[in-house]
Design a protein around this ligand. Sequence first.
Ligand code: SF4
Length: 263
Amino acid sequence: MGAVHRYSDPADQELAGFIAASFAYGRVASFQPIIDRVLAFLDEGGGPRAGIEGLDLAAAHDSLGDLVYRFNRGQDMLLLLLALQGVLQEHGSLEGAAQGESADQVMGSLVEALLSHAMKQGPLVGVQASTPQELPRGYRYWMTHPKSGSACKRLTMYLRWMIRPNTEGLDLGIWRQLKPAQLLIPVDTHVLRTARFLGLSKAKTGSWRVAEEITGWLRKMDPVDPVRYDFAIAHLGISGACKGKRDPEACPPCPLDKVCGAR
Ligand code: SF4
């Protein structure tokens, strides 16, 4: 998220945010250098917006072609830059492509636009794909569609950054399609575990339905801004403060101690 706050122009922020959210899986210490590397390349071209609009594909290949991060390779990154460029040309912004009246519609329309432009631009980076299924695996990993039933953790997080107001200095509130009340909590293993401890879900794996279930409970506490609890819930696990079970040292200072159902 720090990657987004290093820019002040919303046109840069929405693109930096999408790139940062795409790589936000695994350990922060592992993916942060990758995000920094991609943004440093774009900064050489004047920032995310200018760097993508005026993309020098040969320079991108030299700088990012050998990129490797878990499921993703340099080819995925080059394809994403080309697809983002295509979306900017067609819709004017990522916000312009992300349209709908619910979180699944907004995310789905953005994903569909990025898949479509990746198929069109693919031959420039050696990718021949006439269907989304033929796109490289790493690129498809980024493009989870709500229709698949996935929790779409990285996209729900991205939507939170774009839609929620900047009340705690975390989110940006630069998109207007949805109200914060319509957002879903980004569900990862940390959020799911704490949600189980609190009785917000019994699920063992995340899914779109589970994200709706947990958000439904949070909505009872704050109907206007249910995902404001996301950081607090996720942080317990990410920080290592919660050991995943009752612990004589970790639990007494935990704010959830009195309501936690962990054993
Ligand atoms: S009370 Fe203990 S087990 Fe429950 S969330 Fe807090 S640290 Fe984790």
